[in-house]
Design a protein. Sequence first.
Length: 349
Amino acid sequence: MAPQTRRVLKQEKGHGAKTAKKQSPVSSSTVLPTDRSAANSWRTAIIQTLLLSIGLSLGLFYAWYSGAGDAQKVLVNQRPPPRYDEVAVGAAYAVVDIPGKGKGAIATRNISRGELILTEKPLFTVPPTIQTSPVEFIKEKLALTSEPQRWAFFNLSYVNFPKDKDPLRDVDHLAFAIFETNAVRAGKEVGVFPRMARLNHGCSSGFNTVYSYRETEGTLYIHAIKPIAVGEELLTTYTDTKKPRHQRRSFLQQTYGFGCTCSVCSLPEAESKASDSRLSAMAANWARFAKWIDGTINGVEAIELVREIWKLGDEEGYGSERGRLAADAVWVAAGHSDGSRKKDSFKAL
């Protein structure tokens, strides 16, 4: 109890209630300051309590946040991880959702035959043989990539994931499945190229781009092998497609988990058989042509085989191997420069 209040109570006891009323001017001057002081004390106490509560709350929040896991901190910050651009700046295509295919690349302008569409460095490469667990090896390779690169990697499709594993829990096995599904040859090794991986498959004449890896640069190049109209899908091939339709489809289903519905695999039965016949003949001629290396066939026959492969390619619309074919023909012609017949055959190509 405040001293001023105690003095007022003593005054009231000594003079009686009436005396206190009569001396109201004195009582008022003594009591009013006492009431203001009490009110100020209450206000001070309330403010101090509020400040203490706020400080305690902030302290508890800081303690929680300091010990929170990464996922919790992301929720607080509302800051998503950086993303890996699926399409290079200025690219002639866009990556979109395609019914029945997942994602794919669609031309955003007309693309000319021979035009360079994309160059890309691999996220990482893997030698053909390793001395450790493949799952652990891919895990170690991924650990060396950046966060945006890992984001791009784990957004790729995958097949043949072990049935006894959970992709949300067994992340290392998921990474290996993604690698197996998307890796392509990169010189003497195989590598993962997230942008190139968005190109879907087509057989024989059904694809319009090809890729090649320049080992000296460590870069993958993708070129158009035929004109591609705006709105048309960019397709490459996942395998040697000089095989009958049933063999191609079986391989693609087993290896990549899809039934091919490209323009060649969708041909009516009679046209499909004619296509298979041309492709089988091309494959047989290629195998025979390779015998020139060991001297089984002479240069004249080799050039005749080149002409036949070229002719079948025209009929089938299969021209992706013509660069290699022409280069091989040059070697044959150079090695047999004294034969007029093979010279004339080569000129006719």
